[in-house]
Ligand binder design. Structure first.
Ligand code: ASP
Ligand code: MG
Length: 418
C-alpha cells in the first residue's frame, strides 16, 4: 500500500482535480490519497473564523466567498450534480448551523471546527469526482480514526488508539483506494481538531506509519526538494536523494517543502518519502530515505521569515544560569512559541522565535518581570547547510548580522528582513 498526499495547490481548480485523477490512475497498488483544502481555502476560512469569533458584519460574505470558489470548480467537474449537491449541501448546512450560532469563548476550538470544512469539502468533491464513472474510492472521515487530545489547533496524536482505528477503517477489502483529509483529526468525544497549519503532510506520514505503507509520495508544485526556494532564488537544483536527518534539519530551519513533523513517523519505520511534481508527474523528483553510503549535498540555503530576535538580561546582573533558562523556556512554551536559535553569554541570552503578533505584548510583559528585554521584530534566519564562502558572501554579503552561528555542517545568520 502507498500513501499519496495532494496539497491545496494541486487541487486548486477543476483542472487540478482532473490531473489528480490521471496521477492516481497510473497507480496499480492499493492507495490512500490524503488531500488538503483546495487552493487558499484555509486562509479564506480563517477570515470566516475571525468574523465569527469577533462578531464582524462580513461573516456571511466570507462564507459565500468559500462557497462560490468551490461552486466554480464543481460546475466544471460535474454535469449531473444531484449527488455532489446533496453531499456539499449537508456540509454547508453544518457550517451555517455553526456560524449562525454564538461562538464559545475558546477561539482554538472554534477555529478547528470551522477550518476543517476546507478539507471536508475538498475530499467530498474529489472522491465524488473519482467515483463518477465507477465506484473506485471510498471516502473516509479521518476524524473518526485519527485521534488527538483536545489541544485544539495543534492536536497531539494518540498513536495507539489511532493505529487500531485506522486498521479497522482502511481495510482494502472491497476497494483499492481511499480518499481522506489531511490536517484534521478528532478527539475521543468527536470534537474536530487540527494538527497545525500545513499539517496535511504530517497526516499522510502518520497514516503511512500506522498502516505500514511501502512509501509516501507528496505531490507538489515544485519538481522535488530543491537546494533553495525556487520562488526566491534563480539558480536552484533538485536534490535527488537525501537522508532523513538532512530532511528533518532542513524542514526545521524553515524549508517549506516538507512540514517539520513529517519526517519522524517515516524515519521510525524506514518508509521512503518521494517528493514529486504534480505538474510533471513523469519526473522522478526526490527521495528521502535511509542511505548507508554518504550522500553528497550541494549548499542548501533556507530563509526563515517572520522571526523575532529577543535578548534578555537579568535586571540584577546575575548569571543566566540553568534555573533561569528553564523558567524562560517554560514561559516560551506557555505561548507555544518555537525557538529556532539560541545564544548566550554570562548575563545575556538571545533567541529567535516565530513572531506571533497576537501574543507578543503579553510575552514581553511576562519576560520584563525579571529581564531587561531588547527585541528586533522583522528579522529572518538564514541557514546555509554545506556552506561555502562563496555562497555565504552571496547571501549575506553586506547585510547587518545580528547573530551568527557556525558548525561543520551549517552556518546561520540572523539578519534584518529586506
Ligand atoms: N489546509 C491546511 C493549511 O493550508 C493544511 C495543509 O494544507 O497542509 O494549512
Ligand atoms: Mg493548504
Amino acid at each position: 500500500m502507498k500513501v499519496y498526499k495532494f496539497g491545496g495547490a494541486s487541487v486548486k481548480s477543476a483542472a487540478g482535480v482532473r490531473n489528480l485523477q490521471r496521477i492516481i490512475n497510473n497507480e496499480n497498488e492499493q492507495l490512500i490519497v490524503v488531500i488538503s483544502a483546495m487552493g487558499k481555502t484555509t486562509n479564506a476560512l480563517e477570515s470566516v473564523i475571525d468574523s465569527f469569533f469577533n462578531r464582524k458584519p462580513d461573516l456571511m460574505k466570507n462564507v459565500e466567498t468559500v462557497k462560490a470558489y468551490h461552486e466554480e470548480i464543481v460546475s466544471e467537474l460535474f454535469e449531473d450534480r444531484t449527488l455532489i449537491d446533496t453531499l456539499l449541501g449537508e456540509l454547508y448546512t453544518k457550517l451555517y448551523k455553526i456560524v449562525e450560532g454564538q461562538p464559545s469563548n475558546n477561539y482554538d476550538y472554534e477555529y478547528d471546527r470551522i477550518v476543517s470544512f476546507g478539507e471536508m469539502i475538498s475530499t467530498t468533491i474529489v472522491s465524488t469526482y473519482l467515483n463518477k464513472e465507477e465506484k473506485r474510492c471510498r471516502l473516509i472521515d479521518v476524524r473518526n480514526c485519527l485521534k488527538t487530545d483536545d489541544n485544539f489547533r495543534e492536536g497531539n496524536v494518540n498513536l495507539d488508539l489511532s493505529e487500531k482505528l485506522c486498521h479497522a477503517a482502511f481495510t482494502f477489502t472491497d476497494v483499492n483506494c481511499y480518499v481522506t483529509q489531511g490536517f484534521i483529526a478528532g478527539t475521543l468525544t468527536n470534537e474536530t481538531t487540527t494538527l497545525g497549519r500545513e499539517g496535511s503532510d504530517y497526516t499522510a506520514a502518520i497514516l503511512a506509519n500506522l498502516l505500514n505503507a511501502e512509501s509516501l509520495t507528496i505531490w507538489k508544485d515544485v519538481p522535488g526538494v530543491m537546494n533553495a526556494d525556487p520562488k526566491r532564488y534563480e539558480e536552484v537544483v533538485i536534490i535527488p536523494r537525501m537522508s532523513y536527518k538532512e530532511a528533518i534539519e532542513l524542514s526545521y530551519c524553515g524549508a517549506s517543502v516538507i512540514h517539520p513533523k513529517t519526517v519522524k513517523p517515516l524515519q521510525n519505520k524506514k518508509i521512503p518519502l518521494f517528493v514529486r511534481s504534480f505538474i510533471e508527474p513523469e519526473k522522478q523528483g526526490s527521495v528521502i530515505n535511509e542511505f548507508h553510503e554518504k550522500v553528497q549535498m550541494p549548499p542548501i540555503y533556507i530563509n526563515k521569515n517572520n522571526q523575532v530576535l529577543l535578548t534578555l538580561r537579568p535586571r540584577d546582573f546575575s548569571f543566566i544560569a540553568e534555573e533561569r533558562l528553564s523558567k524562560i523556556f517554560s514561559i516560551l512554551a506557555s505561548y507555544k512559541l518555537k525557538v529556532s536559535l539560541i545564544q548566550m553569554s554570562a548575563i545575556s541570552f538571545s533567541l529567535c522565535v516565530d513572531y506571533n503578533v497576537a501574543h507578543f505584548n503579553a510575552l514581553i510583559s511576562d519576560l520584563k518581570d525579571e529581564y531587561e528585554v531588547l527585541y528586533n521584530t522583522d528579522v529572518e534566519l538564514i541557514t546555509i547547510r554545506h556552506y561555502t564562502q562563496e555562497i555565504v558572501d552571496k547571501l549575506v554579503g553586506e547585510k547587518i548580522v545580528f547573530v551568527q552561528q557556525r558548525n561543520r555542517t551549517a552556518i546561520r545568520f540572523v539578519v534584518p528582513t529586506n
